[in-house]
Design a protein around this ligand. Structure first.
Ligand SMILES: C[S@@+](CC[C@H](N)C(=O)[O-])C[C@H]1O[C@@H](n2cnc3c(N)ncnc32)[C@H](O)[C@@H]1O
Length: 202
């Protein structure tokens, strides 16, 4: 069963750094930013946690919004933005119901959001993303890969599962093997996929 929002909240409350946090944006997302793919338009960071990827996009010039169900995570994200003088929007909210934000996005970044959802939530999540992503918009999704050994941590995702989840109204343009930086006590890095997923134009 997927972790409930109260559980995410307790994980954030239990420590200054949640187990998946490494205190910096993930390198594959930094490379997207350096390639100019997060530097314009409205960018959504779905399941933003304490906001490192939202802040990265905002610093590149995007109109960036981060959404997370944990009020503690969002509070920390807002504090980081204030300390760094970055203009950005952080909202406590449910990524399964993004229409509540009342806005749409050109680009979505998902770093470790899809891979924490169960099958039914994946279906609702993709519908929710579709409801706020502009036609022709792009979702960059980074998740644990089935190449990662063991069972510690989030669900491993197969490439076919990504293709299946985004089969209706999206095109999975690319799935690249990459690595997630994880805390040294969990091994330092884990196999990941970075998927580039295009919203249909009509
Ligand atoms: C593995 S963490 C990744 C956080 C962040 N993207 C990062 O890279 O540090 C998954 C995040 O999804 C959030 N989350 C889980 N279910 C959610 C939901 N239904 N709506 C919004 N956020 C959710 C959790 O609170 C947590 O911050």
């Amino acid at each position: 069963m997927a972790t409930r929002s109260a559980d995410w909240e307790s994980i954030y409350r239990a420590a200054e750094l949640a187990p998946w946090e490494v205190g910096r944006p993930q390198a594959p997302v930094v490379r997207l930013a350096e390639a100019g793919l997060l530097s314009s338009g409205r960018v959504l960071d779905a399941g933003c946690g304490t906001g490192d990827h939202t802040l990265l996009a905002a610093l590149q010039g995007a109109d960036a919004t981060g959404v997370d169900c944990s009020a503690t995570a969002v509070g920390r994200a807002r504090r980081k933005a204030e300390e760094r003088g970055v203009s950005v929007r952080f909202e406590v909210g449910d990524v399964l119901d993004l229409t509540r934000l009342g806005t749409s996005f050109d680009t979505v970044v998902d770093v470790g959001m899809f891979h924490v959802l169960d099958d039914e939530e994946r279906r609702r999540y993709v519908e929710s993303l579709a409801s706020v992503t502009e036609p022709g918009g792009t979702c960059y999704l980074m998740c644990f890969s089935d190449r990662q050994a063991g069972a510690l941590g989030p669900r491993r995702v197969k490439q076919e599962e990504l293709v299946e989840a985004f089969a209706e109204g999206w095109t999975v343009a690319d799935i690249a093997g990459t690595t997630f930086a994880i805390a040294p006590r969990f091994g330092g890095e884990a196999h990941a996929w970075l998927a580039t997923i295009q919203r249909a134009t009509s």
